[in-house]
Every structure is written in C-alpha cells, then in structure tokens.
Design a protein around this ligand. Sequence first.
Ligand code: KG4
Ligand code: ZN
Length: 342
Amino acid sequence: MLILAIESSCDETSVALVRDGHELLSNITQSQIDIHAVFGGVVPEVAARSHIEVMVPVLDRALKQANVTWDDIDAIAVTYAPGLIGSLLIGVLTARTLALLKNKPLYAIHHVEGHVYANFLLEKAPAFPILALIVSGLHSQLVLFKDHADYQMLGQTQDDAVGEAFDKVARLLGLPYPGGPQIAMAAEQGNPNAFNFPKAKMQGKFDFSFSGLKTAVLRQAQALCGKGHDFPSMQIAGLLTAAQRNDIAASFQRVACETLVDKTIAAYHDYSPASVVIAGGAAASQELRRQLSERLPIAIEYPPTNLCTDNAAMIASLAYYRAKKQAPVDPLTLEAVPSLSM
Ligand code: KG4
Ligand code: ZN
C-alpha cells in the first residue's frame, strides 16, 4: 500500500511517499527555520504564508523522487491536529483537494501520535507493548502503546514542553532558534556538573514540569552577572562569559534529560514494555540518547534526526497501520484542529 502524506503543523512543509508503512520512497521537508530565526521563534502568520508558497513545489519534488504516478498511490494522509491553525489549514486543504481530484481515501492523523511512527520507519519495527517518550516543542509525555491505535497516557508535562524549555533557555543565553541543537553545541564546551539545577517533584508519578528548571536557570544566570531577580532576562546574554554560558547550557541539558530519563526508567519498571522508543524533535538530543541507552536495561534504536523533527514520512507510516486495521477513512470535509490531546 502506497501512501502520500502531508505534514505542515508548524514550520516545516513536508511531503512523503511511503510503501507499507516503512519503505521510504521520498520524504521532502522544507524547513522555515531561517525565516523565523530572526524573530527568535515561529511567527504563525509568516509560517502559514510560507507553507502556501512551498507546498506545491515540495509535493512535486516528493512525487518526482519517488518516481510514482497518481495511479500507484492508494491513499492520502495529512496532519490535521494539533498545531498552528494557519499552518495546519494549508496541509489539510491540500490533502482534501488531492483526495477529491484523484479520488483517493483520506486519513486524518494526529501529529503527536504520528511522531511515534518515526520508529516504524526503522529497519526493525518496535514490538508491542511500546513505551514511548514523546518530546517536542509542544509536548512531553510518556505513552504506553498496547497496539496500534490502542494507547494509554501515563504522564505529561504540567507546564512547558521540554523542547520549549530548550528554546527559552537558548534565548536567555543569546543562542538562536531552535534552541535544542544550539544548547547541545554550547554544552559540548561546558561542564554539565557546574550547576545543580533542581528537578521538579510531581504529584503524578510520570508527569513532568520544566518551568521551575527554566526559572532556576534564569536565577543562576542573573547571579553570575551579579544582578538581582528583577534584572531583565533580555540583557543577561550580553553579560555572561562564553564559559559561563556553556556551563549553564551543559548543566541545564543534563538535568532536563535526566528528568525525562528518570521517569522513562520508572515507567519501564512499572509496565515492563517489550520496547522503548523516543519521538519528537527533542528526541534528536544526543545527550538524551546517551543517558537513556546507559540506564535502560534493554537495547533501544533511535530514528535519524530528520525523522525525529517534523516530517511527513511518520504521518504516512501511522496512516498505513490505520488502513491495515481497516479504520474508517475521514471525510473530505475534514477540518484542521489547533489543539487536541492524543
Ligand atoms: O517535533 P518538532 O520538530 O516540532 C514540534 O512539533 O514541536 O520539535 C521541535 C523542538 C524544538 O523545541 C527544538 O528545540 C527541539 O525540538 N529540539 C531539540 C533538539 N533538536 C530539536 N531539543 C533538544 N535537543 C536537541 N538536539
Ligand atoms: Zn512535532
């Protein structure tokens, strides 16, 4: 079964053609990072306009690279929730139009659930039950998948997502958006034990919180600059030395990843899954992977970075497993939904 998928929930326009949920014929992703970097984060209006400009060229490139015709394609899948409404709309309207014109069934895919399916694009699919740590710019959650489309939320962030915390700490340190890779680079030159930032104590055993960590980083940076708690965060970066910045980045990254790994290990022991996977943009973190591989009693495979960050291949893979289960197709009146939990 060949599926054409479209992903446009945030600042990446992506189209993929995937056979049987795992064979990648093409996965073209055009990022808007350069466009948004000057603003220090994604500007929704700008993102939507950029999706309009590049959607058809990206679609053309994906079809060309896969070397298939419309007759070869069995279904169309699209991310319909959650995300920026203007961005989602471009993908949904493109998918609806193509499904109507080419007379193909349409599958509406939840973006966060889709992230997990980056792991089904690996050479060997993970075995159920799967414990999934989903970490992106908007989500931090632990989910137990008993089967396709049969999952249980074990815990989630009660405030900031971990990727968001990376982005905000990067901005404080004067590093560009997106923060994750920038923090990782600065951390390479820093001491991860320079500062012992606190880990939040949560009521829910598998819940997360990153806003306290973010505030602790701000307080530490203010103290290093010899400034009080009301000193504006925007002026901090200019006062820190490179060594101080790198130590903060390394210590923050260590503690943020430890927090994620602590809960993942605890959930592993409580639920004894057959496999553990990580998903979402922050799953690209080498520090997270290092800590997890070191502490997890079983082996774990990691998707390449381009399948961790937003991409359409993961959306195609999830749609395939849904189609295989003979789940009903979605109507051509499909709407984009900006906020919707899994
Ligand atoms: O999944 P994604 O591409 O978009 C959303 O759905 O949010 O995730 C983007 C997030 C950003 O917050 C970015 O800083 C984070 O993933 N990220 C990382 C790394 N690479 C990207 N966070 C930590 N370490 C990284 N290496
Ligand atoms: Zn995402």
